[in-house]
Each structure stands twice: as structure tokens, then as C-alpha cells.
Design a protein around this ligand. Structure first.
Ligand SMILES: [Cu+2]
Length: 281
């Protein structure tokens, strides 16, 4: 039993670093803003760990060192220690100031979408890019996608000359800045793909913006997430996925999808016509 326990403990310790990656810290790697959030979180976490160790260490050391002993002297009653009190107040304030400054240094890069990269959508692919929409800085094309949370799925509307939308899975080109305009059509939902950055609420009647830019080497990766706002009995099934593809793959997907949408629209119109014929007196 003891040997088995020891072996299990050892296995846990060996597996811990990989198993715990991104367990205590935010997921990252899919977009620069997610990476910045992760870095900022770790800076704060490490500062907190150092403070925790100092405080708990001092506490435990004091408990052991100054514990009451049989036949020992009575504890000395001390009241106040001005240098010590001023010291830890100023030190705590300084730590807060440092954390605030560091946070404000990272914030602009988390909030503001950057320019698309050289391997993103090119000008020749702009029939499916948002050249005429308010866009991030620079001349390279970006994509603005309308995200709509509905009980219990996500709908994505893409820019372009032809109608283009998809449900559940968003398809995007790599190295291209993708700006999301997020809303909801019934109750409040929350868009969250952890590896692509922070959460954004989808609130009916209001638009929240966020963005991501997937590195070129992540083409072929599907990033997964889930609605992060309890939105009804089907909330747990309200998943979302973002599939990163090369700009060329994006262009051909967009053309196929737009054609499929047009064809199903035509089919629907024909069915409607047929039904009108039947129902008319
Ligand atoms: Cu939801």
C-alpha cells in the first residue's frame, strides 16, 4: 500500500508540470493579446507567491520560535512598532504602484488590434476582407466578423460582397487581424476562446469589440471555447470553435460557403413558391 502510494505520488510529481501548464495561468499561444494577458497574470502571480512565502514563513517561524514552554518565561507584551508598521505599509503601496504601472504598460497591446502580418490575407483576396470597414492600423487587410450569441449557438457573419455566414465554427485566415463585433439576440452570452484572448459579453442591443491575430504556424489548428455566461438550460452545450487556415484556404472556403448559402436560398425560394401554389384557393 505504502509503495503504491509512493509510486502514485512520484507519478503525480513527474506529470505535474505538463498537466498543470495553463491550469493555474491563462491559456495562451493563439494570439498576441492572449500572450500578454498570460504574461501579466504571471507577473502578478509571482509577486503574490513571494509575498505569500514571506508572510507565511514569518508566521510559522514566529509560532515555533516563540511558542510557550513549560516553566518558560511569560511572553513579553509589545504594543506597536512604528518603523515596522510604516515599513510594511510603504512596501505594500510600492508593490501596488509597480503592479499598476506594469499593467498599464501591457494594456494598450491587449486592447488595441495591431496590423495584420505579411502572411495574412493579401490585397488580391480582399473580396472577402473588410477593406471598407473601420480597421486596425496599417494598409494590410483585416477581417471584421459579426458574432451573434443565440440560445444555444454562435452565428458568425463575415464581410464581403456575397452573403457569408457560419454557425458554431468560425473560419479565419492566420496572420490576419480579426476584429470581432459581439452581440446577442436573446439573452446575455459571453464569447470566450481562452487561447485567443479575454472574454467579451454578447449583450442584446449592444456591441462589444475584441480581436485576435493567430500566428502563421497555427494554420490547421482549431481553438475551442464555450459560452461563459449562464444563458439558460442549454448553456453547457453552447460551444464555439475557431478554425485557423491559410489565407488561400480561407478564400476557397469562403467562396464555397457563399455558393452553398446562395443555393440553399434558391431552393428555399422554390419550395416557398410550390407551397404558395398549393395553399392558394
Ligand atoms: Cu450562451
Amino acid at each position: 500500500m505504502l509503495a503504491a502510494l509512493a509510486a502514485a505520488l512520484l507519478a503525480l510529481l513527474v506529470a505535474a508540470p505538463s498537466a498543470l501548464a495553463d491550469t493555474f495561468t491563462p491559456e495562451s499561444g493563439g494570439s498576441p493579446n492572449a500572450d500578454d494577458i498570460d504574461t501579466l497574470y504571471k507577473i502578478t502571480l509571482y509577486v503574490a507567491i513571494v509575498i505569500f512565502l514571506i508572510v507565511e514563513g514569518t508566521l510559522i517561524w514566529s509560532l515555533v520560535r516563540y511558542r510557550s514552554r513549560r516553566a518558560g518565561p511569560d511572553a513579553v507584551q509589545i504594543r506597536g512598532n512604528t518603523p515596522l508598521e510604516v515599513g510594511w505599509t510603504v512596501a505594500a503601496a510600492m508593490i501596488l504602484v509597480v503592479l499598476t504601472v506594469v499593467t498599464f504598460l501591457y494594456l494598450p497591446n491587449i486592447e488595441n488590434p495591431p496590423e495584420s502580418g505579411p502572411n495574412g490575407l493579401s490585397a488580391s483576396q480582399t473580396s472577402f476582407a473588410s477593406i471598407d470597414q473601420p480597421a486596425p492600423p496599417g494598409n494590410r487587410p483585416s477581417l471584421t466578423i459579426e458574432v451573434n450569441g443565440q440560445q444555444y449557438l454562435w452565428r458568425f457573419d463575415y464581410p464581403g460582397k456575397r452573403q457569408l455566414f457560419s454557425y458554431h465554427t468560425m473560419v479565419v485566415p492566420v496572420d490576419t487581424t480579426v476584429v470581432l463585433r459581439i452581440t446577442g439576440s436573446d439573452v446575455i452570452h459571453s464569447w470566450w476562446i481562452p487561447e485567443l484572448g479575454g472574454k467579451a459579453d454578447g449583450v442584446p442591443g449592444h456591441i462589444n469589440e475584441t480581436w485576435f491575430k493567430i500566428p502563421p504556424d497555427k494554420a490547421g489548428t482549431t481553438f475551442r471555447g464555450q459560452c461563459a455566461e449562464l444563458c439558460g438550460p442549454g448553456h453547457a452545450d453552447m460551444r464555439a470553435a475557431v478554425r485557423a487556415v491559410t489565407p488561400e484556404e480561407y478564400q476557397s472556403w469562403a467562396e464555397e460557403q457563399a455558393t452553398a448559402i446562395e443555393e440553399s436560398g434558391k431552393l428555399l425560394a422554390e419550395q416557398r413558391k410550390g407551397r404558395e401554389g398549393e395553399e392558394s384557393p
